[in-house]
Write a protein that binds this ligand. Structure first.
Ligand code: GLC
Length: 587
């Protein structure tokens, strides 16, 4: 195990700062709260922390619109509070990576304010500025004809993925700027070397302080098609969202998927990213301590040769299913590991089942009957797979989505924009529009962490309004305090399972080999090192199973989990309860 880097052996936990722990009782999470909860995290067994953006931000996109890369959002504390948090994490043997948003800044960032002020200021070329399209757009297919005849229109018909057209006009310059996300999130012009220098300086600011690396936000969107090739989808963004929402037949769903791809395919993955990632990697490699980069992308190509660009990219394809099944996981592993292994320096995997952008894992993969068992099974999967695991705060106590029915209470502006479009443009009746917007909003998976069975789930004091509503199921046992005291709780299961991974070298660094590959009810695989062979069997069905693994070996095995089982186990007859988990060492 000693050969491995810290980020290969670590178990990561994503902290969503606004919702994690409120130390000063104002209804918003902060560094004081996070620092106070480090012992809780240590006790959980995680040793890598990923912090979603903690920088000053007008919060159009909950912190992913940064107005100063070298400071801390005042509602979270001060730079001194940040340093105290970092040092306290390090003192407990935990590493900390930050969220680095490269594609765009906030429109309130000083860089953008200067850039938009004129065409000849020193930062005039720091963002993606284009002239209006000179020809009449009605006859010009490039911008979809959305502009009245005779007037000039946007450079093309690209859509932002959050709120309508991807171009916003600035009268001071008589030009449009490009934004893949909201109009409050202008895209930086990464072809300008000054932009790189400024962003690498910001990265160094945190690296100098001792942070252990970065999760790189939305990196696929950094470079778009330089020819600005228009998309060909016969819909606006709101119409496409609506179309997807009402799609029921497989054909309609497939078409919606195709439209989503076609609408944005020219807006990401443009040339230049490999060089850029190599440059950033050089910056990190100047520092001692194996600083790490993990990309919010599933494209293994961005790992370069396996050791010269990103250290890891997320295995998001694993999550792109309505139900995790043995077949699904096996196919995913075969494909991902084949590609990682093919990299000249061999790539390292990275698995996750949830984050702040998607429905919570228990809601997504639960069946409302066996949710608790499934949550345990899915964690056991994550803890036994090859690759560094990432958990999302709250999943350890079984937090579920809280759909906010009142559009006025939505904080995710992507959802409020959709709500307004449904009502005003698509004339959908308000109750239905509210339901749709609530369901697509990412607020549902970002609600405050539930610490106790107390008003506001113990997140903030009674009488204080938390920034997002707290899920009332804190009163039904979905809270940390109740679960700490219950040995059979999900929280204590998480602790046990994280420890199993930590204590079992083969689970961290062993090779993966699927066994019984045709099994539909269960997933079985071996994780092997020369000195240790582990067999993992996960029952994905609601049936009791009796399985024979003597085809692997005739000698008995030693049970690692469940620990209460007899120490020696016969491979001829393995009994698995419905959704049962077996982790055993082959002797
Ligand atoms: C990433 C973040 C998401 C954010 C977007 C724009 O996908 O995870 O929350 O809205 O980038 O920065």
């Amino acid at each position: 195990m000693s050969q491995q880097k810290w980020w290969q052996t670590a178990i990561f936990y994503q902290i969503y700062p606004r919702s994690f722990a409120d130390g000063n009782g104002d209804g918003i999470g902060d560094f004081k709260g996070m620092t106070e909860k480090l012992d809780y995290l240590k006790g959980l067994g995680v040793d890598g922390l990923w912090l979603s953006p903690h920088f000053p931000s007008p919060n159009w996109d909950c912190g992913y619109d940064i107005s100063d890369y070298e400071n801390v959002a005042p509602e979270y504390g001060t730079l001194e509070d940040f340093k105290a948090f970092l040092h306290a994490a390090h003192a407990r043997g935990m590493r900390l990576i930050l969220d680095l948003v490269l594609n765009h800044t906030s429109d309130e960032h000083a860089w953008f304010l200067e850039s938009k002020s004129s065409r000849d200021n020193p930062k005039a070329d720091w963002y993606v500025w284009k002239d209006p399209l000179p020809a009449s757009p009605i006859s010009n297919p490039r911008n979809g004809g959305g502009v009245p005849k005779g007037r000039r229109g946007p450079p093309n018909n690209w859509q932002s993925c959050f709120d309508g057209p991807a171009w916003t006009y600035v009268p001071e310059r008589g030009q449009y700027y490009y934004h893949y996300f909201m109009k409050q999130q202008p895209d930086l012009n990464w072809r300008n070397p000054e932009v790189k220098a400024a962003m690498w300086r910001a990265a160094r600011f945190w690296l100098d302080m001792g942070v252990d690396g970065f999760r790189l936000d939305a990196l696929g969107t950094i470079y778009e098609d330089p020819d600005l090739t228009p998309h060909t989808v016969p819909m606006t963004l709101a119409e496409l969202r609506h179309f997807s929402d009402v799609a029921t037949t497989p054909e309609e769903k497939k078409l919606a998927e195709k439209y989503w791809f076609d609408m944005y395919k020219n807006q990401w993955g443009g040339p230049g990213l490999h060089d850029l990632m190599q440059e950033l990697r050089h910056v990190l490699d100047e520092y001692p301590g194996d600083r790490m980069l993990v990309g919010e992308d599933d494209n293994i190509d961005y790992m370069g040769n396996g050791d010269d660009e990103l250290h890891m990219v997320f295995n998001f394809p694993l999550m792109r299913t309505e139900r995790l099944t043995p077949d699904w996981v096996r196919a995913n592993q075969t494909e991902r590991l084949r590609r990682l292994d093919a990299l000249p320096a061999r790539g390292w995997g990275c698995n996750t089942l949830g984050n702040h952008d998607c429905s919570r894992v228990l809601t997504r993969y639960g069946d409302r009957v066996h949710d608790d068992q499934l949550a345990r099974l899915h964690l056991a999967l994550l803890m036994t797979m090859r690759g560094t695991p990432f958990l999302y705060n709250g999943e350890e106590i079984g937090m579920t989505d809280l759909v906010i029915p009142d559009p006025v209470k939505l904080r995710d502006t992507m959802a409020t924009w959709y709500y307004d479009s449904l009502i005003n443009k698509l004339k959908v009746e308000p109750a239905l529009a509210a339901q749709r917007a609530g369901a697509m909003s990412r607020d549902k998976d970002r609600t405050p962490l539930q610490w106790r069975d107390a008003p506001n789930g113990g997140f903030c004091p009674e009488g204080v309004t938390p920034w997002l509503p707290v899920n009332p199921d804190y009163a039904a046992g979905v809270n940390v305090e109740a679960q700490e005291n219950d040995p059979d709780s999900l929280l204590n299961f998480y602790r046990r399972m994280l420890k199993v991974r930590k204590d079992t070298s083969a689970l961290v660094e062993g090779e993966y080999q699927a066994v019984h590959e045709k099994a539909e009810d269960y997933l079985a695989f071996r994780r092997s090192l020369p000195e240790q062979q582990v067999l993992v069997v996960l029952n994905f069905s609601g049936k009791k199973l009796v399985l024979d693994f003597t085809d692997l070996r005739s000698k008995p095995a030693r049970t690692i989990y469940p620990s209460g089982n007899p120490a020696e186990l016969s491979l001829a007859k393995i009994n698995l309860e419905p959704f049962g988990i077996l982790i055993s060492e082959l002797l």
